[in-house]
Design a protein around this ligand. Structure first.
Ligand SMILES: [Zn+2]
Ligand SMILES: [Zn+2]
Length: 286
């Protein structure tokens, strides 16, 4: 993996018009949802939010597929990846490649989404104006060869919009416009901003427990909306740890689920850091 290739993922290009129009559509739908409230619609959106952001992104794309911080049977990997695609954050090979580059070059030139290039850029600018390599599976596979070995991941990366399109049509067909606005538009918009905040806010606001070489911070309110992903300074200090909330008061629901899966014999080979552990770089140097 050569560092000069890494800039491919962080190149600034023209506005991705399709992405921009679709994001405007989703935000308009999300606001419209607020005028069509029902408890049932809220419950459907909340369950889908946990399935997609909690199981898909936090448990799947991030802790499992990118960092391999624990192991589960392949069928469950595929289930988590499919849930991840339902967030509209792209396919697994795109997500993993982008995030691995983020760890390689955190807050340095070549980081796809660093607030040092502007807070708005790190939040959603990189999606709107960044290189449109979402489906360039061949290029992205260089950064995620472990995923590119599996035909399902390659397919899901190329057709990451298929599962969410099926879900959207299903919500509309069986729940009408209200379920579509809540379960699709509002749920996707909140999930996108929660994930984007891990890239933007947790590199700007919060406390630093570990003196990492990047700007990462622990931000409690982002941990709440992202199921534990807000303990981002802990995570940059110990990227392969399945546990992100290292202190007992650091709420980390994904870690609790990994512990439960371990008891059930489903999750194995779990890597974990403790609050007193050294930085990865310190440990390597020792
Ligand atoms: Zn980061
Ligand atoms: Zn990470």
């Amino acid at each position: 993996m050569k560092s000069e290739n890494v800039a491919e993922l962080a190149r600034r290009e023209g506005l991705n018009k399709f992405t921009a129009y679709f994001l405007v559509f989703l935000h308009v739908g999300a606001i419209a949802a607020l005028f069509m409230f029902s408890w049932k619609a809220l419950a459907v959106a909340a369950v889908l939010y946990y399935i997609t952001v909690g199981l898909g992104i936090s448990m799947g794309y991030h802790r499992l597929h990118t960092h391999r911080s624990y192991k589960v049977p392949l069928w469950l990997e595929y289930v988590f990846a499919t849930f991840g695609a339902l967030t509209l954050e792209g396919g697994p090979i795109f997500w993993v490649a982008t995030h691995r580059v983020h760890h390689q070059l955190s807050d340095l030139p070549g980081d796809p989404h660093s607030p040092r290039d502007g807070a708005f850029w790190s939040h959603m600018g990189w999606i709107l104006w960044g290189d449109a390599n979402h489906s360039n599976t061949k290029l992205l596979s260089k950064y995620a060869p472990d995923l590119a070995k599996h035909r399902y991941y390659v397919w899901l990366n190329n057709y990451h919009w298929v599962p969410i399109a099926v879900l959207g049509v299903g919500l509309l067909a069986f729940g009408g416009i209200q379920m579509f606005l809540w379960g699709f538009c509002l749920r996707v918009v909140v999930g996108l901003h929660a994930t984007w905040a891990v890239n933007s806010a947790t590199h700007m606001w919060g406390r630093r427990r570990f003196n990492t070489r990047d700007d990462s911070r622990n931000t409690w309110w982002i941990a709440i909306v992202s199921f534990g992903e807000g303990w981002h300074n802990n995570h940059h200090a110990h990227p392969t740890s399945a546990r992100h909330g290292l202190a007992w008061y650091e709420f980390d629901p994904s870690w609790l689920l990994i512990k439960l899966l371990k008891v059930l014999g489903v999750a194995k080979a779990i890597k974990v850091a403790s609050v007193n552990s050294l930085l990865v770089s310190e440990r390597e140097a020792a």
